[in-house]
Design a protein around this ligand. Structure first.
Ligand code: NAD
Ligand code: UDP
Length: 316
């Protein structure tokens, strides 16, 4: 029987996590064969519960810091602790995962000829001195701070990807992902959207770090997944490419929006600002738009409504 070339065998490292499980959903719906590799460091199998009985889904419990060989057409490399609470819990594990995980994934891609996409991050820009951030900007990262295990880890992963591309011709894609939210987020990983929604639903005050004037630009996960799949499919461009929603909002305004959507009057608890917390962040997505025709469709109100519904149904 001839192999249907439009249906691929795809490995997603970190596929049990928030973004990974949303990517699994779309790739399974498209009829691909999907293999998730995850050690469940910052996730559980809950996000994958709908897929275990499917013929085109497979789960492998494995730490990407250890070598592996799997014949696949494409690899989305997402495995890495990603929220400040998880990546600062064991910083040495975080930087090891960023580096050795990337190395093992790249060696597998080199052996098998798979195309491989790195889930990098806007954190490579650090506390940015230019605004909005373009891919040409080299960043402003503290190499010895509490966020460095993640920021510098991802920068090293980008370097390794670029060198495997230049030296061995590995077919790479680098996506620089900006703050993303949506169903499938972990309820206790300390990120601002999940914290505020859980606090609101439980009737607790929302914890605002610093004055709440810091900004982020939040992308709904369905939009991000479209961008990742588009970048993987785009021929011949290694990246990096920014993927995120350019509408910028302060943390305080986000708190107000979430409490309004939940139907509460706002209560806030002011707390100290963590060190090295970037003051502003907003992607310039001209490149993604020009190359992939990609831009986010889902407004923050619509995305937050869907996310609040998910948290209500799943955790209360
Ligand atoms: P997540 O914590 O929900 O998912 C990460 C997954 O990787 C988890 O399932 C975890 O168990 C797994 N993992 C961690 N270390 C591993 C290891 N050594 N071996 C195997 N599996 C391991 O986080 P997420 O938000 O889904 O992030 C996914 C990727 O996207 C990460 O690489 C992250 O750096 C990147 N990213 C996310 C955001 C965001 O806003 N969510 C922003 C920028 C970049
Ligand atoms: N933040 C906050 N209260 C919280 C959690 C986070 O004020 O309960 C702030 C945090 O200081 C940062 C922003 O919200 O300025 C986004 O934090 P998050 O951890 O979600 O993402 P990151 O800092 O990694 O972009």
């Amino acid at each position: 029987m001839k192999k249907n070339k439009s249906k691929k065998r795809i490995l997603i490292t970190g596929g049990a996590g928030f973004i990974g499980s949303n990517l699994v959903k779309v790739l399974i719906e498209q009829g691909h064969e999907v293999i998730v590799m995850d050690n469940l460091y910052s996730s559980t199998k809950r996000n994958l519960q709908n897929y275990f009985r499917m013929w085109n889904f497979e789960f492998i419990r494995h730490d990407v810091n250890l070598p592996f060989t799997i014949e696949v057409d494409e690899i989305y490399h997402l495995a890495c602790p990603a929220s400040p609470i998880y990546y600062q819990k064991d910083p040495v594990f975080t930087i090891k995962t960023s580096f050795y995980g990337a190395l093992n994934v790249l060696d597998n891609a080199k052996r098998t000829g798979a195309r491989v996409l790195l889930a990098s991050t806007s954190e490579v820009y650090g506390n940015p001195a230019i605004h909005p951030q373009t891919e040409q900007y080299w960043g402003n990262v503290n190499p010895i701070g509490v966020r460095s295990c993640y920021d510098e880890g991802k920068r090293a992963a980008e370097t390794l990807f670029s060198d495997y591309h230049r030296e061995y011709g590995v077919d790479i894609r680098i996506a620089r992902i900006f703050n993303t939210y949506g169903p499938g987020m972990c309820e206790n990983d300390g990120r601002v959207v999940s914290n505020f929604i859980m606090q609101g639903l439980q009737g607790n005050p929302l914890t605002i770090y610093g004055e709440g004037q810091h900004t982020r630009s939040f992308c709904y996960v369905d939009d991000l997944v479209k961008g990742l799949i588009g970048l993987m499919a785009y021929p011949e461009y290694p990246g990096p490419v920014n993927l995120g929603n350019p509408s910028e909002i302060s943390v305080k305004d986000l708190a107000l929006k979430i409490t309004q959507l939940i139907g509460l009057s706002i209560q806030m608890k002011m707390m100290p600002l963590p060190s090295d917390d970037p003051a502003r962040r907003k992607p310039d997505i001209s490149l993604a738009n020009q190359l992939l025709g990609w831009c986010p469709d889902i407004s923050i109100e619509e995305g937050l409504e869907r996310t609040i519904r998910y948290f209500r149904e799943t955790f209360s």
